[in-house]
Write a new protein. Structure first.
Length: 278
């Protein structure tokens, strides 16, 4: 389905460095980036351009625009969000969505990679020692930094700082001019190896999903679309809230398959039973 076809990667932040080698090896596609395609029009991390759509819709629009811009019927795009982890509330997370769109075969495959392996952070800085301490905390200089007047203002921003001399010089210039400086991590992929690693993992997950084909029509992307709860308690035998099965379905022919006991256990411990442990 994909062998020998061109695939455009919708990026201006060098994501092709981790995406292209994996896709070319696994899918036999010819990856390229279209020069002049500006993904920042759909939103920037520093807020000059607000992201109007939620992450999946943004990734989809980014991918479709890149495909149109490059006259290519096969494309891939990612969209990341950073902030508090949805369940580990005191931990920051990188939430990456990756979407593959194939117009020729009317196919769309999406994966999500949620990772706590991120240096996402920001702080008001009052002096050079605080700046150096913050820089050390967020893995500078291997990871880039941004300096700005304040956390909420979107003017007077210096991005992509990757060496100590530039960091000190920029800090003192801004401190003298504004009396306030806010430092934050540069979350653009080419300035953030931690994020690049998460995108790489998302690409591997996407390849796994592409290689999972429907048993009925052989279309890629046969994956989990639902779950059933009700795994029996091994003490009282009543159903618990734990997962009993996964439901796999095909987006093309809508064939469904149920996989029982996906977590390789046929009963649940009483501590997770609402009857035994109310």
């Amino acid at each position: 389905m994909f062998k020998g076809r061109k695939l455009v990667i919708a990026t201006k932040h060098e994501k092709e460095k981790v995406i292209a080698p994996l896709l070319e090896k696994a899918l036999n596609v010819l990856c390229f980036v279209k020069e002049g395609f500006d993904t920042d029009k759909l939103g920037t991390f520093t807020g000059e351009v607000e992201r109007e759509l939620e992450p999946v819709a943004t990734a989809r629009k980014k991918c479709l625009l890149a495909m149109e811009f490059s006259s290519c019927d096969l494309g891939i795009a990612s969209e990341g969000s950073f902030g508090q982890h949805p369940t580990m509330f005191f931990v920051n997370a990188d939430d990456e969505f990756l979407i593959l769109i194939d117009k020729k075969n009317n196919l769309e495959i999406i994966v999500r990679e949620l990772s706590t392996e991120t240096n996402f952070n920001g702080s008001e800085i009052k002096n050079e020692q605080e700046l150096l301490d913050f820089a050390d905390l967020v893995k500078f200089p291997s990871h880039g930094l941004i300096l700005r007047k304040s956390k909420t203002e979107n003017s007077d921003i210096i991005k992509g700082i990757t060496n100590l001399d530039d960091l000190k010089k920029s800090f003192h210039l801004m401190l003298e001019k504004f009396k306030n400086v806010y430092a934050e991590t540069d979350m653009r992929a080419m300035y953030n190896p931690s994020r690049m690693s998460v995108i790489e993992n998302a690409t591997k997950k996407l390849i796994e999903k592409v290689n999972s084909c429907c048993p009925q029509c052989n279309i890629p992307g046969f994956d989990v679309t639902g779950t059933k709860k009700g795994l029996e308690c091994n003490l009282c035998g009543l159903p618990t809230r734990s997962t009993l099965s996964f439901i796999y379905s095909c987006q093309k022919c809508h064939f469904e398959k149920e996989e029982m006991y996906p977590h390789k256990k046929t009963t649940e411990e009483p501590m997770y039973c609402d009857y035994c442990n109310p």
